[in-house]
Design a protein around this ligand. Structure first.
Ligand code: ZN
Length: 97
């Protein structure tokens, strides 16, 4: 039987991701490149923080919608967890024993 982690790894089903999608725009520095006096190169990355540092992972354009879904899955779970924790606080505020 597959573990849940294995299934997520293989199919992406239920996968969640923390971070934000950031558009990078930069000039590559080559004098002959079209970006030298025109539009800079554009690319997308997943930006996330870990132990106080920011990291970036390149994301292909065609994968952006999948990644957006996975980011929103994380936000939804986080919001649900926060609601549960606030309910827990409310319980201790009501409790008078
Ligand atoms: Zn260039």
């Amino acid at each position: 039987m597959q573990t849940n982690a294995t299934k997520v790894r293989e199919t992406g089903e239920g996968r969640m991701v923390r971070g934000t999608i950031v558009r990078l725009r930069r000039r590559c520095g080559k004098a002959q490149c079209r970006c030298a006096d025109g539009e800079p190169h554009e690319s997308w990355v997943l930006s996330y923080s870990l132990k106080g540092r920011t990291h970036m992972v390149p994301v292909q354009d065609e994968a952006l919608s999948t990644l957006r879904r996975e980011l929103s899955r994380y936000r939804a779970k986080l919001a649900a967890l926060e609601r549960q924790a606030l309910n827990g606080i409310a319980y201790w505020r009501r409790r008078r024993t």
